[in-house]
Ligand binder design. Sequence first.
Ligand SMILES: Cc1cc2nc3c(=O)[nH]c(=O)nc-3n(C[C@H](O)[C@H](O)[C@H](O)COP(=O)(O)OP(=O)(O)OC[C@H]3O[C@@H](n4cnc5c(N)ncnc54)[C@H](O)[C@@H]3O)c2cc1C
Length: 326
Amino acid sequence: MPGDYDIEYASPWAGANYMPFSARDTAAAQWDRDTWPDFKDLATNHLDAGVHFQGCRMVNRKIDMDKTYPFTGGKVDANPWWSKVFDDFRYLDPSELTEEQHSGVYFTSVCINTSIYLPWLVSQCLANGVVFKRSIFEHVSDAAAPGIHHSGHRADLVINCTGLSSLKLGGVEDTKLYPGRGQTVLVRNDAGCMYAQLGTDDGESEMMYIMTRAAGGGTVLGGCYQSNNWDSQPDPSLANRIMKRCVSACPKLTNGQGFEKLDVMRHAVGLRPCRNGGARLEKEKINGIWVVHNYGHAGAGYQSSYGCSKVVLKLVEEALQHQARL
Ligand SMILES: Cc1cc2nc3c(=O)[nH]c(=O)nc-3n(C[C@H](O)[C@H](O)[C@H](O)COP(=O)(O)OP(=O)(O)OC[C@H]3O[C@@H](n4cnc5c(N)ncnc54)[C@H](O)[C@@H]3O)c2cc1C
């Protein structure tokens, strides 16, 4: 639940920001596209949600242009489809790049302070009459059992949003899931802008990103994407590499005084719920109960969230209509 910091719960550990990396003309690109208006609205009209606008500078190095990255599942795209999403998207002028950089873009996106945003989502649900209960289910259909739902009756439908745990959840046991371990350093220093670079000199599972969270939430320095690594503990050597890379990309973080001057709040590890073939948005009947699946969002669970919820709503309506006809 929001407020908990457990390795089984990915959401609090995210940066989080809206910075699409889905491939052109895919379902994932459509989910990302359909999510942006909602985050733009939150940052404009709902300041209590902990989401704020922030400039974002993404650069690509010349030596990385032909590499394939586990994080994006593809090569660096110097001309992304999402250039049309942002009002102020622009390609960086060569005069704004270093000798080793191939290209770059700048746009204003949002950064989400997850420690405010997740409880805010709970309060939105409470205001709309949602009843919360805490329980661990062995089997997905247990969530529909009489006595679990506050009506006392068997539920008509279950929406399965159990992330990486759908690997083990009875009735689902989706072996396409695997962890994409992410390690970050949360600091008090302010970057003033988001920065990202996919390639580093430290191997293809490592990258560089910086984002300052809304409302005093600190600045998240990242990171890595280590497939099939379940380790919940921060690796101190990796933390050092992350801090050095981030200060090198944005010396302003410590006013040019080196990475030793970072003011560290916390070292953190989260497991992205990755899935071969992408997130699963599907409905199926399990033990006579309609289940709508919405899991496996890897490193895009926030930036695809509202788009996915629109698909889930459609699947729920289809399932309930089908049920009503029987
Ligand atoms: C370091 C890091 C950085 C990231 N940065 C970004 C970013 O900038 N932008 C972005 O869009 N995404 C980002 N992500 C990805 C994003 O955090 C995830 O995609 C998203 O949080 C997944 O949400 P979820 O609700 O599907 O899963 P989770 O947050 O893991 O939630 C699963 C829930 O299911 C519950 N559950 C599981 N099994 C059971 C069971 N058997 N019974 C009862 N309950 C159960 C858990 O308790 C939990 O509440 C990042 C992730 C990490 C780790």
